[in-house]
Design a protein. Sequence first.
Length: 176
Amino acid sequence: MLAGSADPNTATFFSFQDGRCRTASLPGPAIQRRIWIGSAHGWLVTADEECALHLLNPVTGAQLPLPSITTMGYFEILPRTESSGTAGFLFHERSFLQVHRPEYKGIEYDKHPHEIPMGIMPLHYLRKAVPLCDPSSGEYFVVMIHGPYSKLVFARQRDARWVIYTAVMHGTCTMT
C-alpha cells in the first residue's frame, strides 16, 4: 500500500507481480485513522480511535470485529468526559501479573491501576497482531502480543473474548 493518498476514502496499492498501481475504495471509517497492528494473508489487524480491533481486507473492504481488549480482564475502558472529550483505559497490573506471573503473588507491587490515554494504548500496549490463517475462508485465528511485558493472547471467530496464553517460561514474545 502506498502512502500519501489525498482522498481518505481510497488507497493505492502497488503490485510487485505486474508492476502496476491500483486504487481501491476503502471501507468506512477511513483506515487512515486506524493504527495498523499487523497483517498477513492480505488482511490487516487495525485499532480504531476507540481501540476497537478489526480484521480488515483493504482490497475487498471486508471487516471482521475482534474481541474487545477489555475481555482480557486487566484493561478497563474509561468513559469519555465532557470536559476533555477523551477516553482511555485503566491497566490493572495486579490482575495482569496474577494471570501471567503467578509467582509474583506474594510480592508487593503497585496496587493501583495505571491510566492509559486512548492514543497511547495501541502504540504501547497492542504490540503486534497477525491472522494465522486467511479470514476469507470463513474462520480466523489471530495471535496478538500485548501489554507492557509482551504477552500472548489468541482469538478465533467464535470467541467472545481473547484467550490468554500463560507460558511456563517467562519472558517477552516477538513476531516478525
